[in-house]
Design a protein around this ligand. Structure first.
Ligand code: FCB
Length: 470
């Protein structure tokens, strides 16, 4: 079920996106998933370093210690992006690399790494899109309660100020958080992801404090970076009932997963089902602190969710498998390009902001063939079908201004470790060699050959078996 439109919401986008020039094709990555160099040049530990060391949490006991070794190979990776032809690169800064304790003294060698990355991007003509937070909270802050501590909003604002002052001359595109609903639900609700802090009211407190931190960071960026173009990146997935009797579970899932962050940030109120859990933590003036004007909405989307009620799940809800016969990716995520189109139109109407798709892609256990290549036809079919759906959304009115594939490189896929690969470029982990896949060439052609996406019939996508959802 795609959430219903609210007719009271304005449908005309505000013209807030002054940095916009034509359609932006890009790729996305995140710090913990690619950088490695976990103990180099003064980087402090993050909650994911801690999580990876808990037995049985991450597949094969994988860690981000080395990851793609991007920290040492960023020059090669920028060269790959230049060959790909993207004009934009979304990455995140590792907070514990630039502020090892999360607050207090900055770490100059860590800051220099991003200076160099920005220089390389500038020479390659690629615009940096800097996300402040992609899940790698400094462990020292989690020791103080992390996002369940209300002080976290102030810590985040100070970190944002450091980044704004250091890079604001070269970076104009800033995002505050990546997928706040995902990391709060999985880390403070379900407890499968870092920091696995599940207790009384941890989830509502984390939700409210991350919202406050978003608003505080927007103000800091606006004040310190002339010409900043600021957004927030949200995951939005239609939540469907596993069977008709589960409609309520699906609605509750939709409320927390899709609206607990964008609604207060952009509409100035929590959804009714969230407000009663969050209310005890709201202080006078908080909603105004959260609802700060931003310039664009970042959307991450891969698939719909199938939901059911579950007595032992957070909020009494859980992910479940899609119905038999639904096309699925090799890792079991449902494939439904129409849902993507509907969401783009829905978000356009609901929030009236320009939309950038900042993650879309498909994961699988890619392996080199005998010729030493990766012919990832399933990825090309998926990307074709999803960019076609986006095109239909654009031609029917959605103000979508950019599309970024997740991801440039195969990388550390959180609890799935290195076995699940989302890259346009294969990473041979023993040697760290990069090998562009067939999908890399497909995307390069799409960018090069077309100023507009062509409409094509969505390709048939194979049905696979595999586990349900994130
Ligand atoms: C998103 C995350 C990203 C990556 C993709 C596959 O939820 O933002 O880091 O793991 O899923």
């Amino acid at each position: 079920m795609v959430p219903k439109m609210d007719s009271s919401i304005p449908t005309e986008p505000q013209n807030t996106d002054s940095a916009h020039q034509g359609f932006t094709w890009g790729v996305s990555t995140s710090s913990y998933q690619i950088e490695g160099a976990a103990r180099e040049d003064g980087r402090g530990p993050s909650i994911w370093d801690t999580h990876c060391r808990k037995i049985g949490r991450v597949c094969n006991g994988d860690t981000g210690d080395v990851a793609c070794d991007h920290y040492h190979r960023y020059v090669d990776d920028v060269a790959l992006m230049r060959d790909l032809g993207v004009k934009a690169y979304r990455f995140s800064v590792a907070w514990p690399r630039v502020m090892p304790n999360g607050r207090g003294a900055p770490n100059e060698p860590g800051l220099i790494f991003y200076d160099r990355l920005l220089d390389a991007l500038s020479v390659a003509g690629i615009e940096p899109w800097l996300c402040l937070y992609h899940w790698d909270l400094p462990q020292a802050l989690d020791d103080l309660g992390g996002w369940i501590n209300r002080d976290s909003a102030g810590w985040f604002a100070d970190y944002a100020a450091l980044i704004a002052r250091r890079y604001g001359d070269r970076v104009k595109r800033f995002a505050t958080f990546n997928e706040p609903s995902v990391f709060t639900f999985l880390g403070y609700g379900r407890g499968t992801d870092a920091p696995d802090n599940v207790g009384v009211a941890t989830l509502p407190r984390a939700i409210h404090h991350v919202n406050l931190a978003h608003g505080a960071a927007v103000d800091v960026l606006r004040a310190l970076v002339p010409g900043a173009s600021i957004g927030a990146i949200h995951s939005w997935q239609p939540c469907r009932p596993s069977e008709p009797t589960e409609e309520k579970a699906a609605e509750l899932f939709d409320t927390y997963w899709n609206r607990a962050f964008p609604d207060p940030q952009l509409l100035g109120h929590y959804p009714p089902a969230v407000i009663h859990t969050v209310e005890p933590y709201i202080e006078a003036g908080d909603i105004a602190r959260i609802c700060r004007p931003i310039d664009w909405l970042g959307l991450n989307h891969y698939s719909p969710i199938y939901a059911k009620s579950a007595a032992n799940g957070p909020l009494g809800i859980a992910f479940t498998d899609p119905p038999a016969g639904m096309p699925r990716s090799p890792i079991g995520w449902p494939i439904d390009p129409d849902a993507f189109r509907e969401i783009l139109l829905h978000l356009h109407q609901r929030y009236s902001l320009p939309i950038y798709v900042l993650e879309n892609g498909i994961g699988g256990p890619d392996k080199l063939d005998e010729a030493g290549q990766i012919i990832d036809t399933y990825r090309i079919e998926y990307l074709q079908a999803y960019t076609d759906a986006m095109h239909v959304a654009i031609t029917t009115g959605a103000d979508v201004r950019g599309y970024f594939v997740w991801s440039l490189l195969d990388n550390f896929e959180w609890n799935s470790g290195y076995g699940t690969r989302f890259g346009l470029v294969y990473v041979d982990y023993p040697t760290l060699r990069r090998i562009p896949k067939a999908s890399f060439r497909w995307y390069r052609d799409l960018i090069k050959g077309k100023t507009e996406i062509e409409l094509r019939k969505p390709a048939a996508i194979r049905i696979s078996s595999g586990a349900g959802s994130p």
